[in-house]
Write a protein that binds this ligand. Structure first.
Ligand SMILES: Nc1ncnc2c1ncn2[C@@H]1O[C@H](COP(=O)(O)OP(=O)(O)OP(=O)(O)O)[C@@H](O)[C@H]1O
Ligand SMILES: [Mg+2]
Length: 437
């Protein structure tokens, strides 16, 4: 559809258009028709009275002869306000010239022809003020110059002014009314948008019935999702917490056992389980408690890098520009970045965290010079408890497989996304954590 490109995009403007276009169009058509009719009617009346005066002049010319007639005509000129001239013996080619938009000129010609019934030529073009009529009489051509204003109605302004004022009042009322109707929809969109990014805006359904229903449905949905998240987190942390007691008992029992390779293996497994549970608990607690607030993205990046360096990694931090404050759950983002950095440090020797910003987002990009992840395994790597390669990095101890999943979860909770790519600068894996703002 070509038309769509020229239509306004906002609901407000569209509704206004739908409301006003037909009304204004109708008003215009009616006004045009009315003005035309009015013009024609008045012009016809005025023209026919002038035509009768001309007819009178003709009868005077035809009853008197020669000099006498000219003298009588001169006498008539003054009271009638018409300049007469007699051209004895000439002939007239019937004709009427007018400009095509001169509607009333046509009416004048029509009326003259009907009232006078003689061959005549009308000139409505040569002068703006005068109409020249050349009429065939028995004694020659009678030339009459009549002031246009005597025949043609002017002054349609009043009507136009009234209509303009009415149209303006109409537009004002429509704008006020529509603005109130559109505002609740905007509020609903803002609340839904914010919820997608992980924050709960205050929102009360208002406005027209349908809009209010949509708002109420959104609120119910939001409450349901919040309850669901809450119960999921509660359950996870509950389970993790309860697992701790038996684990502690197992550790104690292991201490009592005779030293043997089997005992060491078991002890290693128990430690792995403990790590897993710790990670889980940290994640569950963090997600449940934290609220989003305006945060300096560079500061969070700095904290994550510091933590990674304390853990022994060599990490470079690159800031591209100075990103403006962005709403985020600071702790969750830091944890996600730490996970990404520890992954990178485990797989590569050089690690880089780059912070950049776009129009509507900030990007944290973690890149390393390790082996990377082949494209077909990337989706799997993001799943919880997915470990791709026990073999590649045994020396670093078995991971739980939650690091990427947690980072992806954090990104999603902010309305952003976590993507795995091939690094161009260092050649290993490049992980992009994108947060909207
Ligand atoms: N930078 C990387 N380079 C190459 N492979 C990676 C990289 N980061 C993650 N992976 C692969 O993706 C898998 C999943 O990573 P994830 O961080 O989710 O788990 P993990 O590191 O094994 O365990 P955890 O982080 O929970 O201790 C890893 O097992 C690893 O094989
Ligand atoms: Mg990891």
């Amino acid at each position: 559809m070509r038309l769509r490109r020229y239509l306004p995009r906002s609901l407000f403007a569209r509704a206004l258009l739908i409301l006003l276009l037909p009304v204004l169009l109708l008003q215009g058509v009616v006004a045009a028709m009315f003005i035309r009719r009015h013009y024609e009617g008045v012009t016809e009346q005025m023209a026919s009275s002038v035509a009768r005066e001309l007819a009178y002049a003709i009868s005077v010319v035809e009853t008197e002869a020669g000099e006498e007639a000219a003298a009588r005509l001169a006498l008539l000129s003054r009271p009638l306000g018409i300049a007469f001239r007699l051209e004895p013996g000439g002939g007239v080619a019937p004709d009427a010239t007018r400009r095509f938009f001169d509607v009333t000129g046509g009416v004048v010609a029509e009326t003259f022809r009907r009232e006078i019934r003689r061959p005549m030529a009308l000139d409505l073009v040569s002068s703006d003020r005068l109409v020249e009529a050349r009429i065939q009489t028995d004694v020659g051509v009678l030339v009459a110059e009549v002031d246009r204003r005597r025949m043609i109605a002017t002054n349609p302004h009043q009507l136009l002014v009234v209509m303009g004022i009415a149209a303006m009042a109409l537009v004002t009322v429509a704008v006020l009314f529509l603005r109130n109707q559109v505002r609740p929809i905007r509020e609903l969109a803002a609340a839904a948008d914010a919820f997608g990014k992980g924050w709960s805006l205050r929102f009360t359904p208002r406005g027209a019935e349908e809009v209010r229903r949509a708002g109420a449905a959104f609120l119910a949905m939001r409450a349901r999702i919040e309850r669901q998240i809450e119960s999921r987190t509660l359950m996870l942390s509950g389970v993790s917490h309860d697992l701790r007691t038996p684990l502690t008992r197992m550790k104690l029992a292991l201490e009592m056992m005779e030293p043997s390779p089997e005992r060491d293996e078991l002890a290693e497994d128990v430690r792995a389980m403990e790590r897993m549970i710790d990670e889980f608990l940290a994640f569950a607690r963090g997600e449940a408690g934290e609220a989003a607030e305006e945060t300096d993205p560079a500061e969070v990046a700095g904290e994550a890098v510091d933590a990674a360096r304390r853990g022994g990694a060599v990490v470079a931090l690159r800031l591209e520009g100075a990103p403006a404050a962005t709403p985020m759950r600071r702790g969750a983002v830091r944890r996600a970045l730490q996970n990404l950095l520890s992954n990178a440090a485990a797989h590569g020797r050089t690690v880089e965290l780059t912070l950049s910003e776009g129009r509507a987002w900030v990007d944290y990009v973690v890149e390393d010079d390790g082996p990377g992840i082949p494209p077909d395994l990337r989706e799997t790597a993001l799943k919880p408890f997915a470990r791709l390669d026990g073999a590649r990095n045994q020396d670093k101890g078995a991971g739980v497989g939650l690091g990427l999943a947690i980072a992806a979860d954090v990104a999603r909770a902010h309305g952003g996304a976590l993507t795995l790519e091939s690094g161009e600068r260092l050649g290993g894996l490049r992980v992009r954590l994108r947060l909207p703002r």
